[in-house]
Design a protein around this ligand. Structure first.
Ligand code: GDP
Ligand code: IMO
Ligand code: MG
Length: 429
């Protein structure tokens, strides 16, 4: 058997989509296991740009099946939008399937997300993508969610929507002072979605486990990243799922004993979109330079991403929780021509103590000062480098520094957005 898991190690947008696309070529299955259409995964094929939100990024290259597993929250409208866009570009999507157990994002989830952010006010907003992700996961845990399988049974669906509307409309009208929703405006639309989806809704956990047992190559694709994890991220400025390697077990129904290569993706620097602490943030000209050169604007919402130096303390925490066996460093090319570069190796607390572990106290993190190791940079364009030896010595030294700090080998260095702009140091298949 050969299983690979790709996860983000920072605050998302590390280039997971690009790496998944590359690995998907040799995969029989590509499986999304958490998150929803809050994700934005970019894949460049030559000059052609594809941005995937809900569909697995392996959809372009995988010749087997692409699965949206039970741990994902599915917005049917977003699903069909993406399917239609790909088909309009001549791509087949007949190989995309959804778990019967996956929870469905309903119109009231999207509205709740929006109203809640508005109600919280600027200082306490999370800065969500307003896709209804949090409210949908809340309903799942509260055991009042609507699952893909319910779309195939109109009677059950009607009852569940009715029950949900009692509570949601009370919130809309009494707390948020907004208009209520009616059963009619939701029900017919979702029955129609069920009708359109019926051949794609399957029992995915059985199929995935059988595929692994038969020795097929199965790739699990994480969305978001560890620092946005509901447990181990910068709570409450996080998403509502577990974008970890462990998340695969619950999000796809695969036991830990079946997971082999745990691939963590990190940029050569840091970005964050949305609110919350960011110890190495460069809220200055240099940060703006990185934003422009790295095209750091959200793939889902278009928001400018906050930028900063690589945070090795946070990265070490991410590698530990995920048990990363193989590292990918992306966007090394963006650091070309910066002069000296820095990486954070510790934090100075308010009382002057130096710590080198990631704290659970999100409030305190804001007051920490990042301690940096400064290294010589390089000025060469590295976007066409094909082997590690072709990189300038300073770029090689930077990668070695990261490896030494984390104690994990960098198996792939990405030097540009295109599918082929990779320096692969270890063959995983
Ligand atoms: P994801 O959410 O982790 O899949 O990442 P996004 O697609 O949201 O953001 C990563 C952005 O960086 C995309 O625009 C990619 O095309 C781009 N990208 C990925 N790898 C590289 C790289 O090595 N160099 C450069 N310059 N861009 C890259
Ligand atoms: P990919 O898969 C970057 C952020 C949002 C917000 C927080 C909660 O492309 O890396 P949510 O809508 O999930 O409730 O928002 O999480 N966020 C992401 N940031 N990349 C993502 O996905 C993200 N998905 C959610 O900006 O701060
Ligand atoms: Mg993204």
């Amino acid at each position: 058997m050969s299983t690979h898991v790709v996860v983000g190690l920072q605050w998302g947008d590390e280039g997971k989509g690009k790496i998944t696309d590359v690995l998907a070529e040799k995969s029989d299955y590509v499986v999304r296991y958490q998150g929803g259409n809050n994700a934005g995964h970019t894949v460049y094929v030559g000059d052609d740009k594809f941005v995937l939100h809900l569909l697995p990024s392996g959809v372009l290259q995988c010749k087997g099946k692409c699965i949206i597993a039970n741990g994902v929250v599915v917005n049917p409208e977003a699903f069909f939008n993406e399917i239609e866009k790909l088909e309009a570009r001549g791509l087949s999507t007949d190989h995309v399937f959804i778990s019967r157990r996956a929870h469905i994002i309903m119109p009231y989830h999207v509205l709740l997300d929006e109203y809640r952010e508005e109600f919280a006010g600027k200082d306490s907003q999370i800065g969500t993508t307003k896709r209804g992700i949090g409210p949908c996961y809340e309903d799942k845990v509260a055991r009042v969610g609507i699952r893909a399988i319910d779309l195939l049974n109109p009677e059950i669906l009607k009852e569940k929507i009715k029950e949900n509307l009692i509570v949601k409309n009370a919130l809309f009208e009494k707390l948020f002072e907004k208009n209520p929703l009616t059963l009619e405006e939701i029900y017919d639309k979702y029955v129609a979605y069920g009708e359109r989806l019926k051949d794609r809704i399957i029992d995915t956990e059985l199929e995935i486990n059988e595929a692994i047992d038969q020795g097929k190559n199965v790739l699990f694709e994480g969305a978001q990243a560890l620092m946005l994890d509901i447990d181990f991220g910068t709570y409450p400025f996080v998403t509502s799922s577990s974008p970890t390697t462990g998340g695969v077990c619950v999000g796809a129904g695969v036991p830990p004993t079946k997971l082999q290569n745990l691939i963590g993706v990190s940029k050569a620097y840091c970005t964050r979109v949305g609110n919350g602490p960011f110890p190495t943030e460069l809220d200055n000209e240099l940060g703006e330079h990185i934003r422009q050169v790295g095209h750091e604007f959200g793939a889902s919402t278009g928001r400018p991403r906050r930028t900063g130096w690589l945070d090795l303390v946070a990265l070490k925490h991410a590698c530990m929780i995920n048990g990363i066996t193989h590292l990918v460093i992306t966007k090394l090319d963006v650091l070309s021509g910066l002069g000296n570069i820095k990486a954070c190796t510790g934090y100075k607390t308010e009382d002057g103590k130096i710590i080198n572990y990631f704290t659970s106290s999100t409030n305190k993190l804001d007051s920490y000062e990042a301690i940096y190791e400064e290294m010589p940079g390089w000025s060469e364009d590295i976007t066409s480098a094909k082997s590690f030896d072709e990189l300038p010595q300073a770029a090689q030294d930077y990668i070695h520094f990261i490896e030494k700090y984390l104690g994990i080998e960098v198996y792939l260095v990405s030097v540009g957005p295109e599918r082929s702009q990779n320096i692969i140091r270890t063959n995983l298949f």
